[in-house]
Design a protein around this ligand. Sequence first.
Ligand SMILES: *Cc1c(COP(=O)(O)O)cnc(C)c1O
Length: 378
Amino acid sequence: MTIPFIDLQTQYKKHQIEIQASINAVLEHGRYIMGPEIDRLETELQKFTGANYAIACGSGTDALLLALMSAGVGKGDAIYTTPYSFFATAEVISLVGATPVFVDVDPVTYNIDPIALAIIIKQTISKGEVNPKGIIPVDLFGHPADYDAINTVAVEHELFVLQDAAQSFGALYKGARTCSNTPLAATSFFPAKPLGCYGDGGAVFTNDADVAETMKSIRVHGQGQDKYDNVRLGLNARMDSIQAAVLIEKMKFYETEIELRQRVAEQYSKSLKDHVNTPKIAEDCTSVWAQYSITSEYRDAIRAALSDKQIPTAMYYPTPIHLSTAYAHLDHQVGDFPVSESLSKTMFSLPMHPYLEKHQIDIICGVINSTVQSLNHG
Ligand SMILES: *Cc1c(COP(=O)(O)O)cnc(C)c1O
């Protein structure tokens, strides 16, 4: 029996009847774009997160773009984020014409280091080339960033904070769900994220009614009150009704799945903690375990041993964004962000989904621990 990295089939089989009925309702009413499911999903997302406004959109990337465009980000602006994320986090900054300014991550949580952030903002100000405008913290692997510290720095320098919660939807920061911790937040419902639909999908969140109106307008080509008068430039960033129909059903059991993910993570950590570096969750936070990621100097040997047993692993992220070809023009050097660079050489992720069974976790941990033991004694 093979162990999948992510198992979407078990979930589908368990909830097939409701999910199919929900999709069929869209096929019957025929409003494939902006159908009634979009409003219903947005209401559920607001209730779940505690944010005043949730706006469903085409992907996590669209969600980040909607937020940046609503904040008027453009040429000459500096947006702070980490180089240890999925490429889209930096990409959207460049797509609106602004400059990504990277800040290294904390070695324990892998999220933006608020102390380094404050130092780098001051450096930007004294150089005077670009204008500090906003911060995009990333909740890596499902663990919320340090929002109290980040929001304090943001207020001091009058910057907006856009939470990239693509991996952390449903996690808690000091008792509050992600997507409610900052003035702007974006998430993704890509199938492999903790809450995924059956295609691309995302949502953007705010507490501000005017910002919400602007983002809704940008979602449909900058549409104004009069549908035939476009009041600004926008995007085609709508979510399909079918994806909303899937998410409405999946949200009904998402909290149960978060608990199951937590149980999987706990078993992994208990079994592995003496042989590799297991994830540490900050006090007052929970993770939704988008990935269960560990670091080891023996990464390549462990991955090879797991692969021999048909156990898949993945690397997030072998190339930190500042060293990617697309950002060669920023002229970063190896050594600029040592924590991110070190993680890119030692980090890897194990199979993670709510339906991973105890005996499967035992098999995976057995291979990892025996590989490390033999290398330590070899
Ligand atoms: C997945 C992801 C995105 C992009 O989401 P899509 O829905 O794939 O566009 C952005 N940021 C992070 C951190 C992600 O993991």
